[in-house]
Ligand binder design. Structure first.
Ligand SMILES: Cc1cc2nc3c(=O)[nH]c(=O)nc-3n(C[C@H](O)[C@H](O)[C@H](O)COP(=O)(O)O)c2cc1C
Length: 192
C-alpha cells in the first residue's frame, strides 16, 4: 500500500511530529511502509492565483512541490500532521493545500478522468493539535482538510485532534494521543 505521511509543522520534533511518528510506527509494525515528506525541508511558493491550472490541471510553478504532487495523486493513504495557527492550518501546510488547486481544476473544471483514477477512493487523515482548549479550535482546519482531500479525490476518513497541547513535546503527556495515532496506523493496515 502506498502511504504518504506529511509533516506540516515548521517546528521540528514538535507535537504533530510526535503524533505522525506514532501513526507511522503503527503502520510499520503492521507490515506497511510509508513515504515521509517534511514540508519544512522543501522550498516552494504559495499559490500565485494565476489561473494557469484552470486550463491544464497542472501548476505553472516549478519547485519542490514537484516531488509532492506525484505522492498526492498516487497514494492510497495521505496523512497530514499540522498544528492550528490562528484557528486555521499553519501557513506551511496551507501553502501545500493551496498549491493543490491544480487537482481541483483537473477534477471540477476539466473533468479530467486522470483526476478520478484512484478508483476505490483513497483515505485522507488529519492529525492536529492546538494550544487552546476552545470548542471551535479545529472547525476551520477540519473544513479545509475536507475540501483538500476531495480535491485530490480522497475520502477524509479520519482525524485526530487534541486541544490544550502547546509546549513542544506536550502531546507525550496526553493520556491517549500517541496511542490513538499508533492504533490508527494499525487500523489502516487492517482495513486494506
Ligand atoms: C503563530 C501561531 C499561532 C497559533 N495559533 C493557535 C490557535 O489559533 N489556536 C490554538 O489552539 N493554538 C495555536 N497555536 C499553538 C500551536 O497550535 C501549538 O503550540 C501546537 O502544539 C504546535 O504544534 P507543533 O509542535 O506540532 O508545531 C499557535 C502557535 C503559533 C506559533
Amino acid at each position: 500500500m502506498n502511504i504518504t505521511a506529511i509533516y506540516g509543522s515548521p517546528r521540528k520534533a514538535g507535537n504533530t511530529d510526535l503524533l505522525l511518528q506514532s501513526f507511522i510506527r503503527g503502520i510499520k509494525e503492521s507490515g506497511g511502509d510509508v513515504r515521509e515528506i517534511f514540508l519544512r525541508d522543501l522550498t516552494f511558493d504559495p499559490c500565485i492565483e494565476c489561473s494557469g491550472c484552470n486550463d491544464t490541471g497542472t501548476c505553472v510553478l516549478s519547485d519542490d512541490m514537484d516531488t509532492v504532487y506525484p505522492q498526492l495523486i498516487t497514494s492510497e493513504v495521505v496523512a497530514l500532521a499540522a498544528p492550528v495557527f490562528f484557528y486555521g492550518l499553519n501557513a506551511l501546510a496551507k501553502a501545500m493545500v493551496d498549491r493543490s488547486q491544480c487537482f481541483w481544476a483537473g477534477k471540477y473544471l476539466l473533468n479530467d478522468p486522470a483526476s478520478k483514477k484512484r478508483g476505490s477512493k483513497g483515505k485522507g487523515i488529519l492529525l492536529s493539535v492546538g494550544g487552546s482548549k476552545g470548542k471551535k479550535n479545529f472547525d476551520c482546519i477540519v473544513l479545509t482538510m475536507r475540501y483538500f482531500f476531495d480535491a485530490i479525490d480522497m475520502d477524509f476518513a479520519h482525524h485526530l485532534t487534541y486541544g490544550g497541547i502547546d509546549a513542544p513535546g506536550a502531546i507525550a503527556e496526553h493520556p491517549t494521543a500517541l496511542n490513538d495515532a499508533y492504533m490508527l496506523g494499525v487500523e489502516i493496515m487492517k482495513a486494506r
